[in-house]
Design a protein around this ligand. Structure first.
Ligand SMILES: O=P(O)(O)OC[C@H]1O[C@H](OP(=O)(O)OP(=O)(O)O)[C@H](O)[C@@H]1O
Ligand code: HPA
Ligand SMILES: [Mg+2]
Length: 164
């Protein structure tokens, strides 16, 4: 498959992620009570932890899905479904992921838990119809760099960038 054309880059700091995940918790609190959270690994575990803390939810399970090698999308492969939580058709449960991009991951997980409420911090237009609640939309050609994938490093002065 050809490399996806991500023309724009959107780095997210830990503070920004925390603030946005907390904003998501504010949106979700009045739609509960929630029986528990299903976090989509791995990216969903960080916002899921923040939301669980804010909503005082201690029942948390995971659905383990893998669909990207860095920016290269593969088929969404389910490595583990919901096991311990007894979530049934998902009624009253929250599914949390960091983002929806093409919506492939969301599609697979929605089939497993059709009545669950699917929430993400970020959404791109193609995935947006599959999410019930999200906080920030970015364009389809933007790659979001999460804080766990990046580190502080030297940045060229703008003048130097102009010269190259
Ligand atoms: O809407 P989609 O096009 O399916 O993309 C969104 C999914 O891709 C990323 O996960 P990834 O499979 O890269 O695994 P990770 O969470 O372990 O990084 C992200 O965390 C979402 O789960
Ligand atoms: O924009 C993205 N950023 C990080 N992981 C992703 N997985 C799909 N799209 C993205
Ligand atoms: Mg993921």
């Amino acid at each position: 498959m050809a490399e996806a054309p991500f023309n724009k880059h959107f780095p997210v700091s830990w503070e920004e992620l925390h603030r946005n995940a907390k904003a998501l918790a504010w949106r979700l609190i009045d739609r509960g009570p929630w029986k528990g959270i299903i976090a989509i690994t791995r990216g969903g575990m960080v916002p899921a932890a923040i939301i669980a803390r804010e909503l005082e939810i201690r029942m948390i399970d995971t659905v383990c899905v893998s669909s990207y090698d860095h920016q290269q999308q593969r088929n969404a492969t389910v490595l583990k479904g919901v096991e311990g939580a007894n979530a049934g058709d998902g009624e009253g449960w929250l599914i949390i992921d960091d983002l929806v991009d093409t919506g492939k991951t969301a599609e697979v997980v929605r089939k497993m838990l059709p009545k669950a409420h699917f929430a993400t911090v970020y959404a791109k237009p193609a995935g947006r119809p599959l999410v019930d609640t999200f906080i920030t939309e970015v364009s389809q050609d933007t790659w979001i760099h999460f804080p766990w994938d990046i580190e502080l490093q030297f940045s060229q002065p703008i003048a130097k960038l102009r010269q190259s």
